[in-house]
Design a protein around this ligand. Sequence first.
Ligand code: KG4
Ligand code: ZN
Length: 341
Amino acid sequence: MEQQNREDVLILAIETSCDETAASVVKNGREVLSNIIYTQIALHTKYGGVVPEIASRKHIEKINQVVEGALEEAGVALRDITAIAVTYGPGLVGALLVGVSEAKAISFATGIPLIGVHHISGHISANYIEYRELEPPFVCLVASGGHSHLVVVRDYGEYEIIGRTRDDAAGEAFDKVARAIGLGYPGGPKIDKLSKEGNPDAIPFPRAKVGENEYDFSFSGLKSAVLNYLNSCRMKGEEINQADVAASFQKAVIDVLVEHSLHAVKEYGFDKFAIAGGVASNTSLREAFEKECAERGITFYHPSPVYCTDNAAMIGAAGYYEYVKGVRHGYDLNAVPNLKL
Ligand code: KG4
Ligand code: ZN
């Protein structure tokens, strides 16, 4: 049994917004005592993407097991838990509902306070786990399957979105392009791997400029350019070099993410920059930011891949700061699929 001080805050966190059933115990917002993730990826692969109905059903099957696993691995019991944090949006409504219902049920049965957490706030807070010295303010790029946001983190849980995607999220573009070149789902990690064998300068795919807001992103034009390129090769009977397409596409995404992000860091006068979300585990993206930040004297924060893709530890970190601020939710807490940050 893990020895805890009376003043330690232990958060039991639950995350079920998409296709990962996850639970974690986090101590004082920064120390992960357990991090259990049951990933459903294999189940959805044959459909080429997440099937919401299947995701919800699998969450129901797995949630108790995952929560019990998190408590066990942390060596704690429910009576040691200070608060329960749960993702209540954004995400798939049926998937979110499983986690929210589980958290409400445990809270109701035990009297442990309930705290609803925003999924993106969780992704950003993954950086607090990895870097115990990191404090706001800083700029964070959140790039996942559903979101591409450039966020100024003013304080814990206080966010200002300064840029967002006008169409596809970065991860969505990775997934769609991967499908088009026959790599399957999920596309991000596959493109990441294959790109290492390709030439990133082989095909000059466009870098989108988006109208008035210099921090906004757009990836649908790039996706169309890749599809057009593939079509034209097929029509001309030319062989497609998958690795070159992957590397050139990936480079186009990274160039835009790096340029917009570091422009924001400079304009807002910060010297700290963090990344978060599934796409943040991309190796070339991390290398590019590493290099560019070093040249500009900016400290670069990047969570390990396991804390970039969906997990509950990040929800525990975000939940801790909500707890400290005095946020508590009632049993009317509901899943909000399009929850605003
Ligand atoms: O944050 P996440 O696990 O779920 C959402 O909240 O969306 O992100 C999943 C997304 C998927 O689109 C996946 O293809 C992408 O992150 N991804 C990557 C990599 N690993 C995951 N994209 C690029 N490179 C990777 N290594
Ligand atoms: Zn996510």
